[in-house]
Design a protein around this ligand. Structure first.
Ligand SMILES: [Fe+2]
Length: 251
């Protein structure tokens, strides 16, 4: 491919992904429009690759991904993942959430198989991503649409079908804002939609350190043994957890 054709292709791709504004800001300085080499999706993939290779730790990964989410114009990201198409005919469950796999467009420098799992999570008002903790996993969550109440807890330890946890975050979160979890920081999360519908974009790293990942659904309301701000909660099977936490009832 000669340089002119290559440039035209890149520009065409950029236009169809709604990247033109960032392209103009960062790459059209001077007389040549360069191919996109620093697209956020490539950066994101690099961070995930680094975590997989343990050249960065989970907390550093959390910080880098959240900083990146902060920096990327939300509309560029929505265009890139074709959000409108993803939520066309979206099947909102009565309890909890539904997910849809995200596919990135082809981009120079971006492997076809990214180093992370990517999905959107969608829900109706009062529905929840039910409270749960994780093992051998890290993930980051960018709100794409709507608003949610978000709570996080540190996982101090798992024992006898319970988890000892300590609250770390309790706030409302809106489109463009993000959060993340890992074994080391803010391990447990719980989202409840406060708007008609709400969506997150999720970047998920499974089986860290070559250990199989696990998920623990938690009965946060059944807290026991409060001690110095931490408390113990039972681990629930998914059906019981969905029944109790999948839909908020207002009395
Ligand atoms: Fe999770």
């Amino acid at each position: 491919m000669n340089r002119r054709v290559f440039t035209e292709k890149s520009l065409k791709a950029a236009m169809s992904y709604g990247l033109v504004s960032s392209l103009i800001q960062t790459q059209a300085i001077g007389k040549h429009i360069l191919p996109i080499t620093n697209h956020w999706s490539i950066e994101l993939n690099d961070f995930c690759h680094d975590l997989r290779k343990s050249t960065i730790g989970v907390m550093e990964w959390q910080q880098k991904v959240e900083d990146l989410f902060d920096k990327v114009p939300l509309q560029d990201l929505l265009n890139f993942i074709d959000f409108d198409q993803l939520i066309r005919g979206f099947n909102y469950p009565d309890l909890g959430v539904n997910t849809k796999k995200v596919t990135f467009p082809k981009l120079d420098g971006l492997p076809e198989r990214t180093a992370f799992v990517k999905k959107i999570f969608g829900m109706k008002k009062d529905r929840a991503i039910i409270p749960h903790g994780h093992a051998n996993m890290s993930s980051a969550h960018l709100v794409l649409k709507g608003g949610m109440r978000l709570r996080h807890y540190d996982n101090l330890r798992v024992e006898d079908n319970t988890m000892l946890i300590k609250p770390t975050i309790d706030k409302t979160i809106a489109a463009g804002e993000s959060s993340s979890i890992s074994d080391e920081k803010d391990n447990v999360h719980w989202f409840i939609a406060e708007t008609e519908t709400a969506f997150t974009f999720d970047v998920i790293m499974l089986d860290l350190d070559d250990k199989p990942y696990d998920i623990y659904n938690l009965d946060i309301q059944a807290k026991e043994d409060p001690n110095n701000g931490s408390f113990r909660v039972p681990i629930l099977d998914v059906d019981a957890a969905l029944k109790k936490y999948g839909k908020e009832s207002h009395h």
